[in-house]
Each structure stands twice: as structure tokens, then as C-alpha cells.
Design a binder for this molecule. Structure first.
Ligand code: GLU
Length: 304
């Protein structure tokens, strides 16, 4: 498949369209990003890279990190994690408190904020040095030792994270947060603040395209069953309350973040990361979704 040619075609087709969405401003540090940035990076399982634009520029991956936290907790703790977090789409915004109250503090899935907070709580109980160990895990999966947290973004989130604090406190009242709330929030904000390029993200998500094995070393980190399940959660829950629309238009498992990034995988074929900060009203990158829709249309291949 000539992915480079296809990406070029997509770039040309989209150049004449204007994507008018707003960038995320509720985390003040994110408001400083140039809304016109645009990068794409695709890694094939054959070991080739294809890319466009600002593919090597780092941005805040935000909720895309929720998949990585889930992968580490699932690797370490197995099915037990699903006693504390469910695997159903929420149909609600990512930071909603509503369902949590009447579902007794059990989040709908690990890819909304409440679910990721529980995953962070699980990791804090399991890891000696959560921040350092999480970073080491990401560096290992991606093969890039330079990936880091962005302390300014983490601090900006801490100062504006009233809803996340409310979620954590509500779950604590139901007994579904075991560690100190501030510690859980601090770790959660750091995971969201991971700063990565499309190239680094696509390389990281190769793990999920490659059924749980690292492509660059051959090491198995997740069983193929666990990887299938993580991909299934991405497919059904990865795009806030627009997961159905993403499945409908694109047909790949993936995860978006309010920094304008989307990472997606075609198991057995490739991983791809797209970055364009303007968000549609549901909080997903408008141009990012368009790129992925055109990719599966032009290649004639999706997971369906
Ligand atoms: N750090 C963001 C928050 O908790 C993540 C949101 C997102 O990317 O969905 O509000």
C-alpha cells in the first residue's frame, strides 16, 4: 500500500477545506498552541514510516494517555481492574459526574476522566514511583527515551481541575479511590501532560496494532487477548460521546485528546497519529477525524 501517496492526496483534498473549531482553552496552557498546526505519522507493521507536516513537533497528548495507563494497569493487574471500572460507552461528556452518582462510583469505562482516575489510583497502589515508572513504560513502548511530562501543562491542569477533583472525591466517597486524592490527581494530571509528537505516538500505538508485541524488539508486553480488549474499548469509548460517529466514519479503534491529537490503529496493518488542535463541538480534532475518514475510504480498508 502506498500510504505516502495516499497521505499526500488527503493533504491536498483537505487544504481547500476550512476547519473552524476552537482549540481547548479550559486548560490555560493549551490555549497557547497554534491552532493551525497539522501533523500526521503512520507506522506500518512492515516497519515503514509515512508522514505529513508537523509530525515531529510535540504536543499535549491529554486523554490519549488514558489508553497507556490502561495498558500498564491491565498488564500488571489483569482482569481485576474491571471490578473497579466498567467497559461500556458512556454517551456523556468525558468529565461528566452524572452517571457516577447513580452507578455507585464505578466509572463507565477507563477512557473517560473518572475511569482514568481509577486507573491512576490502581497504578499508584502498584508502582513504586508512579510518575517515573509510567514514563519508563511509555519510553519502552515507543522506543523514544526523550518523551517527558510537560510540567507547565500539569500545573495548569491542577489549577483548573475542579471537575476532576469532584470526580475523585465522589469516587472516594464510594470507596473506589484508595489512595490520597491529591496524589491521584497529581499523577492523573501528569499522565495527561505527556508531550509527544505524532511520530512518537504512532510508534507507541504500534503495540496495539501488533497484537501486544513491541515491533522494534519483538518483546511481548500484552497478550493478544488483552490487546484485543484494549482495542475494543478504544473502538467503543475512545471519542467521548462521539465514539459511534468515529466508528461510523472511520472504522478504526482510536483515542482522542483535547490537545487535538488522535491515535488510531488498524490491527495487523498500521498505527497512525494525527494532530490538528481545532476541536469539533464534541471535543475531537475536526481535521484529524477528516484525515482518518479519508484514509480508510481511500485504502478501502477498516476493521469492518
Ligand atoms: N486532562 C484533561 C482533563 O482532564 C483531559 C481531557 C481530554 O483530553 O479528554 O480535563
Amino acid at each position: 500500500m502506498d500510504y505516502q501517496h495516499i497521505l499526500k492526496e488527503i493533504e491536498q483534498e483537505l487544504a481547500s477545506q476550512s476547519f473552524s473549531g476552537e482549540i481547548a482553552t479550559y486548560i490555560p496552557e493549551l490555549a497557547k498552541v497554534d491552532p493551525n498546526k497539522f501533523g500526521v505519522h503512520l507506522c506500518s507493521l512492515e516497519g515503514n514510516d509515512y508522514f505529513l507536516g508537523d509530525n515531529e513537533e510535540k504536543f499535549s497528548i491529554q486523554s490519549i494517555s488514558k489508553v497507556l495507563g490502561l495498558a500498564l494497569a491491565y498488564q500488571l493487574e489483569g482482569e481485576k481492574i474491571f471490578e473497579r471500572v466498567d467497559v461500556e460507552p458512556s454517551g456523556n461528556p468525558f468529565n461528566s459526574l452524572l452517571q457516577l452518582e447513580y452507578e455507585n462510583g464505578i466509572p463507565r469505562n477507563p477512557l473517560i476522566n473518572s475511569g482514568a482516575l481509577v486507573v491512576c489510583d490502581i497504578l499508584i497502589s502498584l508502582l513504586e514511583d508512579p510518575r517515573a515508572d509510567f514514563l519508563a513504560f511509555i519510553r519502552k513502548i515507543s522506543g523514544f527515551s526523550t518523551i517527558s511530562f510537560d510540567e507547565k501543562v500539569a500545573e495548569s491542569e491542577r489549577q483548573s481541575g475542579f471537575r476532576n477533583a469532584a470526580l475523585a472525591n465522589l469516587m472516594k466517597s464510594f470507596g473506589n479511590i484508595h489512595n490520597d486524592i491529591d496524589e491521584v490527581l497529581d499523577f492523573y494530571f501528569h499522565t495527561c501532560s505527556l508531550s509527544m509528537s505524532c511520530k512518537e505516538l504512532a510508534n507507541t500505538f504500534l503495540l496495539f496494532a501488533n497484537h501486544g508485541k513491541l515491533l522494534h524488539t519483538g518483546e511481548r508486553l500484552l497478550t493478544s487477548s488483552k490487546t484485543k480488549r484494549i482495542n475494543a474499548i478504544m473502538q467503543t469509548c475512545g471519542f467521548y460521546d462521539e465514539a459511534g460517529e468515529f466508528s461510523f466514519r472511520v472504522g478504526l479503534p482510536g483515542k482522542s485528546g483535547v490537545g487535538g491529537g488522535i491515535a488510531a490503529v488498524h490491527p495487523g496493518e498500521y498505527s497512525i497519529a494525527v494532530w490538528s488542535p481545532r476541536l469539533n463541538p464534541k471535543g475531537n480534532s475536526a481535521k484529524g477525524m477528516a484525515v482518518l475518514e479519508l484514509l480508510t475510504t481511500k485504502t478501502g480498508r477498516s476493521i469492518f
